[in-house]
Design a binder for this molecule. Structure first.
Ligand code: 26V
Length: 824
């Protein structure tokens, strides 16, 4: 048995030496995993390493909390139904500066750290950009020493894993083990009881005040699990608190002894299902009730927790908002507004007006979309069944609000109908965005154009009534994960040129500007790219068996697959190139590898068919000897944070080609630019700001802008057939979808796509933008044949991407919405 010198296991984080770290790992291998160095599996070793590293964090987490308490600091609670964390180990090591030390320690133990890191599965408790943004914000909050805490759900099943079977997406259960996750500290003693269902009895309380009683509820218990979130340097370690659901009955021996054991178990399963799984964004009708319960479960646990913490500091309820900020990550947690009102009015017996002032001063709302179906609405009937008291509260909020609306717009008799929380058309529904706006002091979009469209098109009435509430906070990403950790060769090169300040101050990347044309620097830059491209080529070979040319232009489109993101536009371009080679004998100027990755929502047949189309096109083209090294198409399965970390450092070209006016911001565009990819993009979301920052010369833009598309829509004057008739190249590409060129084995498979373009109005304007896209891709080829010019632009992209650090975004929220200060 190895002698273990330290008990308890280590460690004063930054003074950790390899002896101490090694002992901690061996300690956990023995006592937490019940194994030995000799017998341990890779999985056990990984677990022991993570537990040893967690010990370092726990110490700092406790110290951080103490510091916040001593300063009686204002706290921010970031409420989100989704957090897409990715792997944690590598990120923690990077932030604590322990990567080298641990690698050395592992070497001594005869273990490869890389292999250990590959053992960890991605924490994918999210479906898309909103979830990853939340994870970047947590990293930035901790780095900026700000008391900001994530609150979410500990789903047993996070986002599905994607396999590609015969080119079709197949969904499998995700791998993140929430039961035995080494990063989570469970706190079963801090349980919260959450009421649902039941009915409300009118009643009178103190001073004959109307005080309805919510009774006959069913209770679900919420157990908190804390994940330490380390900022850069490790001074501040905040927490992400995730709740899991437990049955209240399991704790009630009475029921188990009351002769109805099976009934009790059934109820237990029913309650625990609340945190069972993450729902995909397009939740179906049958799952609606469960999704509502989940959203309520999150906000109810959170509000109870916040209140408990606040009261423990000895604060007066009336000062609650001075000490507390709640950010609602889209409308999913907007019920927090009704729940906070219920808590203040029913439980703390505050009067309505005071409660409302406190609630509004506390809550702020971020919208993350322009897709109309994505705006949440709850059928009133369902809502009343699950949350009868909250419905009453919402009615009261609405009643008072519409009174204000009538006073404010006496001549606009439709204003109350347009602005009501309750929509009467198409079955009565609660409009959650309206609740979020009315109950918040701040409403923001996530890029300049998005925020403007929210004001002008989505919520014009509210923007008119409360102009001071609306603002923009352009998204950002953490350069620590997406550049420092994901791309070590480039990160080292940058640091060797300008020092390492950029890791915590991304704006200093601008110092690279002067290196952009430096031939020595360019040479080294090219070496990092070659290295990364070869690694990705190896990975593609391992996963798909496909050999790709690492010297070809890597053209990358990685994101959720959805019609509005227009993977189809990219495919039409590929088809165009293919036919130009095989029919016109026109080889492209530069060889290209088109790399796709992304998941489709399980209930989105159109997106799923696009995935199949990507794969089928790949199959035909990759097999065709006529296109040889000139053209390849790859789709990598199971897109997520870890795969993105492999692809992004190797990308030459970043495809950001959504129809203008549909992508709220995009954040992949920022990650790619920060790593030196050039963007081909529409004037949509934060592409516009990226182009402003890096300069129009260093960005390929094309396509109609949002205003023009809106105009064509309103006038009903866009006709895909015009473009089809006028341009034989467009016709030739589009016709392939009507033929069986890419579906010999399943004839007619892609005809629905053809029909959506040609017979159903091409809702996302593919044909309108195709010609300009093809022309712009030609400019891309042109530039790629001049490596020095390409590299210069790529380096300028990195140098000018500082604005897109989530540190900047979080500072803007902190200053103008949260009034949150660093506590050092
Ligand atoms: C939801 C749904 C649900 C129904 C089907 C289609 C659909 C499409 C989009 C969504 C939006 C989900 C919320 C989300 O993740 N939004 C993303 O947030 C990112 C961070 O702000 C932003 O960069 C992306 O542009 C935005 O799509």
């Amino acid at each position: 048995m190895t002698h273990i010198s330290h008990y308890p296991p280590v460690c004063n984080a930054l003074e950790a030496d390899n002896g101490a770290l090694r002992d901690a790992i061996l300690y956990h291998l023995q006592y937490s995993c019940g194994s030995t160095k000799k017998e341990a599996t890779q999985g056990e070793l990984a677990r022991a390493v993570m537990l040893a590293v967690r010990d370092l964090l726990t110490e700092r987490m406790l110290a951080t909390e103490k510091r916040y308490q001593q300063h009686n600091a204002k706290r921010l609670y970031y409420l989100s139904m989704e957090f897409h964390l990715g792997r944690t180990l590598g990120n923690v090591l990077a932030n604590l500066g322990l990567t080298t030390l641990l690698a050395r320690t592992m070497e001594e133990l005869g273990v490869d750290l890389e292999e250990i890191r590959e053992q960890e599965s991605d924490g994918a408790l999210g479906t898309g950009g909103l979830a990853r943004l939340a994870a970047c914000f947590l990293d930035s909050l901790a780095t900026l020493d700000m008391p900001g805490f994530g609150y979410g759900l500990k789903y047993q099943f996070g986002l599905f894993r994607q396999e590609l079977v015969q080119g079709y997406q197949k969904e499998l259960p995700g791998r993140w083990d929430t039961e035995h996750n080494p990063w989570l500290i469970s706190r079963p003693d801090e349980v919260f009881a959450i009421p649902m269902y039941g009915r409300v009895e009118p009643s009178r309380g103190r001073n004959n005040r109307y005080a309805p009683v919510w009774q006959d509820q069913k209770f679900v218990l919420g157990i908190p699990h804390d994940m330490p979130i380390a900022g850069a340097g490790g001074k501040t370690v905040n927490t992400l608190r995730l709740f899991s659901a437990r049955s209240a009955d399991a704790f009630d021996i009475q029921i188990f002894t009351a002769n109805d054991y099976f009934q009790a178990i059934r109820h237990q399963l029913f309650s625990e299902s609340v945190s069972k799984m993450l729902y995909p964004s397009d939740v179906d009708d049958q799952s609606l009730e469960m999704r509502l319960k989940q959203e309520y479960f999150l906000v109810a646990c959170t509000i109870q927790d916040i209140m408990k913490k606040y009261l423990k500091t000895g604060g007066e309820i009336s000062n609650f908002a001075q000490n507390t900020a709640i950010q609602l990550n889209d409308t999913n947690p907007a019920l927090a507004i009704a729940e906070l009102m219920r808590c203040l009015v029913d439980e703390h017996q505050l009067d309505w007006d005071n409660s409302w002032d406190i609630t509004r001063a506390t809550c702020a709302y971020t919208s993350h979309t322009l897709v109309p179906e994505a705006y949440e609405k709850w059928p009133v009937q369902l809502f009343e069944k699950v949350l009868p008291r909250h419905l009453q509260i919402i009615y009261e909020i609405n009643h008072r609000f519409l009174h204000e609306v009538r006073l404010r717009y006496p001549d606009d008799e439709n204003a109350p109908t347009r602005m009501s929380l309750i929509e009467e058309t198409g079955g009565r529904q609660l409009n959650m965005a309206h609740l979020a706006i009315i109950g918040s002091h701040s409403v923001n979009g996530v890029a300049g154009l998005h925020s403007q469209l929210l004001r002008d098109n989505v919520f014009p009435d509210f923007a008119d009534m409360f102009p001071e509430r609306f603002s923009n906070k352009t998204n950002g990403v953490t350069q620590r994960r997406w550049l420092y950790k994901a791309n070590p060769p480039l990160a080292n090169l940058i640091t060797s040129a300008i020092g390492n300040e950029w890791i915590i101050r991304a704006e200093t990347l601008s110092r690279l500007d002067e290196f952009a044309a430096d031939s020595q620097f360019q040479k080294q830059f090219a070496e990092t790219r070659n290295h990364n491209k070869r690694s990705l080529a190896d990975h593609i070979m391992r996963v798909t068996g496909l050999v790709i040319n690492p010297d070809s232009l890597f053209d990358v489109q990685i994101k959720r697959v959805h019609e509005y993101k227009r993977q189809l536009l990219h495919l039409l371009y590929i088809i165009h190139c293919y036919r130009a080679i095989i029919e016109d004998g026109e080889p492209p100027q530069v060889p290209r590898t088109h790399i796709f990755a992304g998941k489709a929502a399980p209930g989105d047949p159109a997106a799923k068919l696009i995935i199949k189309l990507i794969n089928n096109i790949g199959q035909v083209i990759n097999r065709d000897t006529r296109t040889r090294d000139m053209l390849k198409v790859v789709m990598l399965p199971d897109f997520g944070v870890s795969l993105a970390e492999k692809i992004i450092p190797a990308a030459d070209l970043s495809e950001q080609i959504s129809m203008a006016g549909t992508e709220a911001s995009g954040t992949g565009n920022m990650k790619l630019a920060m790593n030196g990819a050039l963007t081909i993009g529409t004037r949509d979301g934060s592409n516009i700001e990226i182009m402003e920052e890096v300069g129009a010369d260093n960005f390929f833009t094309f396509g109609l802008d949002a205003d023009t598309i809106e105009e064509l829509r309103t006038e009903n004057s866009y006709n895909a057939w015009d473009y089809y008739a006028d341009n034989p190249l467009i016709r030739r590409a589009v016709d392939c979808l009507d033929s069986d060129m890419f579906c010999q084995e399943e004839p007619g498979l892609f005809r629905d796509i053809f029909a959506s373009l040609m017979y159903e109005g091409d809702y996302f304007f593919h044909l309108a933008d195709l010609e300009s896209y093809i022309d712009t891709q030609q400019q891309v080829n042109e530039l790629y044949t001049h490596p020095a010019s390409w590299r210069k632009k790529a380096i300028l992209n990195i140098a000018r991407s500082g604005k897109f650090s989530s540190d900047r975004t979080v500072m803007e929220y902190a200053e103008t919405i949260w009034q949150l200060k660093p506590v050092v």
